[in-house]
Structures are given as structure tokens and as C-alpha cells.
Design a protein around this ligand. Structure first.
Ligand SMILES: [Zn+2]
Length: 214
């Protein structure tokens, strides 16, 4: 009986928009809430060691709720909307489909606890939409780092020092597009770029869903 009610609640819950809770559309994010997401201006946001970094939006309002829902509240269906938002932005940057898309990896212990890597789900959907190729094996996180948001910029860099490792068979990969959800100081991208370059991979682009509001 208990299972029945849980299933019923799940069913009712899924019929409503996760954001406004009132749309009649039977989707996780209704068109009105999706259309409320705002893009940053199209173009390179910053450069890290010669690598271009693009950011699609600001970490606030529904975009923040979208990212947090997927990352912390097990709302896996939201990956599609995050990927769609990134893809719509990305089409204004390039229409090339020859990227090897690499989501920022989680350490295996954290992935085990969370049951999934949220950026892997986003990257899967992004590749489906864009026609680029997903690679989740190229680079792994070998150090179980602390969450970055609690740290100062210098602590962030230290926390991530030697956190990543490139797969030995992956060094023939080129044209990498790294995807992350939030780019604050760029320390995660910086460390991944350093690791990839040390493995001989130099054609790299970074793309984050959001950056915090200034
Ligand atoms: Zn809605």
C-alpha cells in the first residue's frame, strides 16, 4: 500500500513542472519556465593558459534551481534541459560536430554516493543534441577533493592539485570540449587543462553552464 502511494505521488509530482508547479504541460520543465532562462552574451568569457572558456548563463533564479535539482535532488530528467540550454548557446559559437565532449569527472567515491555524475548526464544529452562525441574515460578524478564553493581561490587550486589523471590510451584524442556546470574562478578547468596538456592534448575548449552572479 505504501509503495502504491509513493508511486502515485511520483506520478502526480512528475506531471507538474519542477519550477512553477502549476503548468498543465506534463513535463519536468514547462516552456514558460525554460524560456525564462537567460543567455549571457555570445563569445569567449575568459582564457586559461590560451584555452577559451565559454559560459552560457548566470547561476541564479531558474538556472540555479535547474542545476541544484539535477546535482543534489536526484532530478535526473533535468539534465536534458541543462544540455538544451547549453546547446542553444553553443550554436551561436560554432556548428562544428567534431568535438570530443568530456564532462568534469567526479571521484568514484562521490559518484557512488550520488549514484550518478550529473555532468555526465548533461554531456550525454549535449552530444545527442549537437552530434559531438562523448568521452567519459579520457580523464578521471583520482583525488577525492573537497567541494570548491567552501574554499578561497588559493585553497581551490591546492585542493585540485593533481586531482585528475589522463587515460594512457586517450592521448591520441584531440579537440576536447570540457563541460562543467559552474565556473567560478576557473580552477577546475585550469587543473584539467594542465593535466591534458601534460599528456600531449593541446586542442582544448571549456564550456560551463553558468557563472555566479557578480
Ligand atoms: Zn513551469
Amino acid at each position: 500500500m505504501k509503495t502504491f502511494f509513493i508511486n502515485l505521488l511520483d506520478w502526480i509530482y512528475k506531471k507538474k513542472c519542477y519550477f512553477c508547479r502549476q503548468s498543465r504541460e506534463s513535463v519536468k520543465m514547462c516552456s514558460k519556465c525554460y524560456d525564462s532562462l537567460e543567455f549571457l552574451s555570445y563569445g569567449k568569457r575568459l582564457a586559461i593558459d590560451g584555452v577559451s572558456v565559454y559560459v552560457a548563463g548566470v547561476y541564479e533564479k531558474n538556472l540555479q534551481k535547474l542545476i541544484r535539482g539535477l546535482k543534489y535532488h536526484n532530478q535526473r530528467d533535468l539534465a536534458f534541459y541543462q544540455a538544451k540550454f547549453m546547446w542553444e548557446y553553443w550554436q551561436n559559437i560554432t556548428d562544428k560536430k567534431d568535438f570530443v565532449v568530456v564532462p568534469v569527472p567526479l571521484h568514484k567515491e562521490r559518484q557512488y554516493k550520488r549514484h550518478y555524475n550529473h555532468m555526465e548526464l548533461v554531456a550525454e544529452e549535449f552530444c545527442r543534441l549537437s552530434g559531438n562525441t562523448l568521452n567519459t574515460k579520457l580523464i578521471t578524478r583520482v583525488k577525492n577533493t573537497k567541494p570548491q564553493y567552501k574554499l578561497t581561490p588559493s585553497e581551490r587550486a591546492e585542493n585540485l592539485h593533481n586531482a585528475f589523471k589522463v587515460d594512457e590510451n586517450g592521448s591520441n584524442c584531440d579537440k576536447i570540449l570540457i563541460l562543467d556546470d559552474i565556473c567560478t574562478t576557473g580552477s577546475t578547468f585550469t587543473e584539467m587543462i594542465k593535466t591534458l596538456k601534460a599528456a600531449g592534448i593541446t586542442d582544448i575548449t571549456c564550456f560551463a553552464t553558468t557563472t555566479p552572479k557578480l
